[in-house]
Design a protein around this ligand. Structure first.
Ligand code: AMP
Length: 390
């Protein structure tokens, strides 16, 4: 009987899972997701060809992350009874200062990761709840943590530090950067299919509900637009992006908002949603003829352009741009609005290739522009397979 890997990716109100057969390059067998945990949770499960195996409302059975995982495992067992879970790979948003690679989870690791909860209060507790639930469900399986911060852990000092008193750096107040599993996947794809680009200086734009840029030189991250938390950098679906810290002081001291109210606003009511007053969903904004939707999109694409310029400066040049994430992979309009004014940097688009979201969309190759779908689950599965087979 062959062995299988389960991947778990627990977000604030969702849980993604993947089932892979163990191999040097793991074979994807199924993927599933529970959405809206705690509020009319719904579950779906597809096979590797995208055919639906199950789709159902969970109701009370999806009231918490633990309950959602239990329900998802039951559905997995029902539809794929041959699965033998030898290892579980977990996405963990924060690995702190120490982890620059995936790690096998034991009690001591779990305790260290719990201590990082204040650094990522919206994500880390859910990630760790997933680990505890999976350890209980599969007590004999190897459990592996794969960190969103790990890919960025070897940034040069100037991209790792804030201009605060030094003691805060020593206590871990640093620029960690996130979306590292996605960037790791893209770097691997470039290594496989675009060796010259992989050896060069590339900006990867992960544009989804969360959004960031990563500067990659020779396959290694040298800069991220995200900082101490996943709030910094580009405006996102509901997150603010870069903000003068004086605004936060003003909101608390003059406007009388509590820290919790400011936090809720910056994470959940800002970005595309806050600026448009319409939606955090790019498809809805693109379809809207409300001028506020156009302004929110204009701010989004302007900040991406601005940060691409900053990344080019950090990398001392630019050989390629890679678009990924739900918006980056699918929106020809956003790619066009980002790239059109970047001619001064050598960026030109082939409009027809861009419209059909071809893999290569630049006009003349001076700066390569690519569209590459990301696959964070595969990165987790690879790391977990490697940990399992030693
Ligand atoms: P993600 O978080 O990577 O799943 O990306 C979600 C975002 O991608 C949402 O804002 C979607 O509206 C956006 N998106 C998905 N498909 C398209 C599309 N065809 N055009 C524009 N935006 C899209």
């Amino acid at each position: 009987m062959s062995a299988h890997i389960l991947t778990l990716n627990a977000g604030s109100s969702s849980l993604k899972l993947g089932l892979f057969a163990v191999a040097a390059e793991p074979e994807a067998l199924a993927e599933g997701q529970v959405d809206r945990i705690g509020d009319d949770a719904r579950l779906w499960l597809h096979d590797a060809k995208g055919r639906e195996l199950a789709a159902r409302d969970l109701g009370e059975a999806g009231a918490s992350h633990g309950a959602a995982l239990e329900a998802a495992l039951e559905v997995l067992e029902e539809h794929l009874p041959e699965a033998r879970i030898a290892a579980v790979g977990h996405r963990v948003v924060h690995g702190g200062m120490d982890h620059d690679a995936p790690v096998r989870i034991d009690d001591a690791v779990l305790e260290r990761l719990s201590a990082l909860e204040p650094f990522a209060p919206l994500h880390q507790p859910h990630n760790l709840a997933g680990i505890r639930a999976a350890r209980a469900a599969f007590p004999d399986a190897v459990q592996v943590a794969c960190f969103d911060t790990a890919f960025h852990r070897n940034h040069p000092f100037v991209n790792d530090v804030f201009g605060l008193p030094r003691e805060f750096y020593d206590r871990g107040v640093r620029r960690y950067g996130f979306h590292g599993l996605s960037y790791d996947y893209i770097a691997g794809e470039l290594g496989r299919a675009d060796a010259d680009l992989h050896a060069g200086r590339v900006v990867v734009a992960h544009l989804g509900n969360g959004a960031s840029l990563c500067g990659i030189v020779g396959g290694r991250s040298v800069a991220s637009t995200m900082g101490f938390t996943a709030l910094d950098g580009l405006p996102m679906g509901t997150r603010v992006g870069q903000l003068d810290p004086g605004v936060v002081l003003h909101l608390i001291e003059q406007e009388g908002m509590s820290a919790a109210e400011v936090s809720e606003m910056l994470y959940k009511r800002s970005g595309l949603l806050g600026l448009s007053g319409i939606s955090n969903d790019m498809r809805e904004l693109e379809a809207s003829d409300d001028p506020r939707a156009a302004e929110a999109i204009a701010y989004f694409t302007f900040r991406i352009r601005r940060e691409i310029g900053a990344m080019a400066a950090a990398m001392e040049g630019l050989d390629g741009i890679v678009f990924t994430g739900g918006i980056g992979e699918n929106s020809a309009r956003i790619r066009r609005e980002v790239c059109a004014p970047l001619g001064w940097l050598g960026v030109t688009l082939d409009p027809a290739a861009n419209d059909r979201s071809a893999r290569r969309i630049d006009a003349d190759g001076a700066v390569a522009v690519l569209v590459v779908p990301t696959d964070e689950e595969r990165v987790i599965a690879r790391a977990t397979s490697a940990a399992l087979t030693g």
